[in-house]
Structures are given as C-alpha cells and as structure tokens.
Design a protein around this ligand. Structure first.
Ligand SMILES: [Zn+2]
Length: 307
C-alpha cells in the first residue's frame, strides 16, 4: 500500500510534469477541425519514469491529432521495447478526467508490455471539436457522435464537427485492430449521479428497469450482482466466453449481442472481444487487481475456474 501511495505521488509530481503537451505542427493549425494529421512520428515525448527497481522508459506518441489547437488527440503510451502496433494487450482510457483509471493503466504499463491508449484534451471529460462538445466514448459512429453532441450542446451541432469526431473514433478503432483480445477499457464512475447526464452509473444500471437494461444479454443471473460488493465496481464483457477471464467475485454484466448502438466502444465492438473494467473513482486497488487478473488469464494463467 505504501508503494502504491508513493507511486501515486510520483505520478502526480513526476509524470504530469514530464508529459508536456505537444502542440500540433504549425501547418496543421488550420481552421477546419476535419483536417487531420496522423502517424506515430507526428510528435513524441519521452517519459522517464524512475519508480521501481529499474528505470523504465515510456514513450508518449500521437496516434492521431486533430488540426485544432489544443486537441483532442489520440495518444498512446508504451514502453520503448514495444513496437508500434504491437500485438499486446491494450488498455483504453477514453475519458481523460478518469484519472484513477489512468493511474492504474500506467502502473500496469510500468510492469507489463501493454499499450495504454487515451483520448486527451486538457484533462476534460468531454472533447470539443469546432463548436461542439462530444463524449469521447460515443464517437465510433456518426449517429452516436451526433446524439452525444445534441445532448451536450442543447441540440446545436455542426455536421462538420460530427465528421471530425467520427474520424477520431475511426482512428481509435483502427489502432485497436492489432491489439491482443479482449480489448480492455478502463473507466471510473462516481458514487453520486454526476456522469454528465445525471445518471448514477453502476452494475445496477444493467439490471431490469435500469437505463442500460436493453444492452444486457437476456440470460439467467445477468447481471451478476454481489450484495457485499460496491455496485460501482464491475466488469462488462461482450461475450459469455470471456467470463473465465473475470474474477468470480466481481459484479459482472454480459452485454447483449446487439446492444443499443450508441457509438460507444462496447457497442461498436459487440461482436468483437471487449472487456470494460468500471471502478468508482479512487478504487485503484480493486481496478488494478481485476486488470492484472484478466491479463494473467490472457497469458493462459487462469486463476479462477469458470463459475
Ligand atoms: Zn469513462
């Protein structure tokens, strides 16, 4: 626990200071948000992280940058011994304000060959493209991006901004292509309703009568809810076959084969292999425990029998 605290302090003081925001190239500072630059060499910064018995060099690469000054950008963190597009587990953190999820991802990156992929724009949850705000976890389809923007912008949405958001979403999906399956997303939620739309998001949201009930598979015992577990801490999987990867003591949702098509990663990857680890803000230990358990299982080291 003390190590974790120290790590957190190091991250707060060291990492955030080291990760200097990289400005887009001059030529790319065009007015249109739809104009984009792409490629791992667009810009890069190295993050030298000295926590632990050995120093680890971790790079921060742009995968995709909108031409708009200040982002949003699709960014990847990976060790210098991990090749671009490597077939390793990928940890996706779509919401930049979910800092404890990102801290967990960076701790895992310090210990294992993974790629950490995040959408970044000034630390904010929602990204701004042109004149429109978007939820970065609703941009993989034009319909999802438009609906998200209409909700966040009181109905006023520019189609050009929707296209820019969808281009960012497409780039995210393209970069996830080479990842080992399942793709792992890390999110945080809160104990109080404050998820942008006032919902109190938890595993119960997927139970009968909940806002996401239509996206849960119609199966006996789904979602799996333990009364003595925090409902904010749960795992979502897109296929029942992924269940052996998940610890038997966690709240679990098996997503429907055809979930509500809202432009989120879980919906667009419904037929792929995807696993989302949701934890309440600050529940580092729980989220770290689950993600390392899943990664062990992906290496063939299953620690739990299928219930
Ligand atoms: Zn999130």
């Amino acid at each position: 626990m003390r190590g974790w605290l120290r790590l957190t302090v190091v991250m707060a003081m060291g990492l955030w200071a080291c990760v200097v925001p990289v400005d887009a190239p001059e030529s790319a500072l065009a007015e249109s948000a739809a104009e984009v630059s792409e490629g791992p060499d667009l810009a890069r910064r190295n993050v030298h992280w000295t926590e632990g018995p050995e120093s680890v060099w971790i790079g921060r690469w742009y995968l995709y940058g909108t031409s708009q000054k200040g982002g949003p950008d699709l960014v990847e963190y990976r060790g210098h011994d991990t090749e671009p597009g490597a077939h390793v587990p990928c940890l996706v953190v779509p919401h930049e304000d979910e800092r404890s999820a990102f801290a967990v991802a960076m701790r895992v990156l310090h210990e294992r060959p993974v790629r950490v992929i995040r959408i970044e724009q000034a630390g904010e949850r929602n990204i701004r493209l042109g004149h429109s705000l978007f939820d970065p976890n609703r941009i993989t389809t034009a319909k999802g991006a438009r609906a998200s923007a209409e909700r966040l912008n009181r109905g006023r949405v520019e189609e050009r901004d929707v296209q820019a958001a969808q281009a960012l979403g497409r780039s995210l999906l393209r970069h996830l292509d080479s990842c080992q399956r399942p793709i792992i997303a890390l999110h945080n939620n809160t104990a109080r309703p404050s998820r942008g739309d006032g919902r109190n998001f938890s595993v119960r949201t997927y139970a009968e009568g909940g806002a996401e009930a239509a996206s849960a598979a119609q199966m006996e015992g789904n979602p799996r809810i333990f009364e003595d577990e925090d409902p904010d801490d749960f795992v979502l999987i897109t296929r029942p076959e992924l269940e052996p990867l998940v610890p038997g003591w966690t709240n679990l949702v098996v997503q429907a084969a055809e979930p509500v098509p809202d432009g989120s990663l879980s919906a667009v990857l419904a037929e792929d292999s995807y696993l989302n680890i949701e934890a309440q803000h600050g529940h580092h230990g729980w989220q770290y425990g689950v993600v390392t358990w899943v990664l062990d299982g992906m290496q063939g080291e299953l620690r739990t029998p299928a219930p």
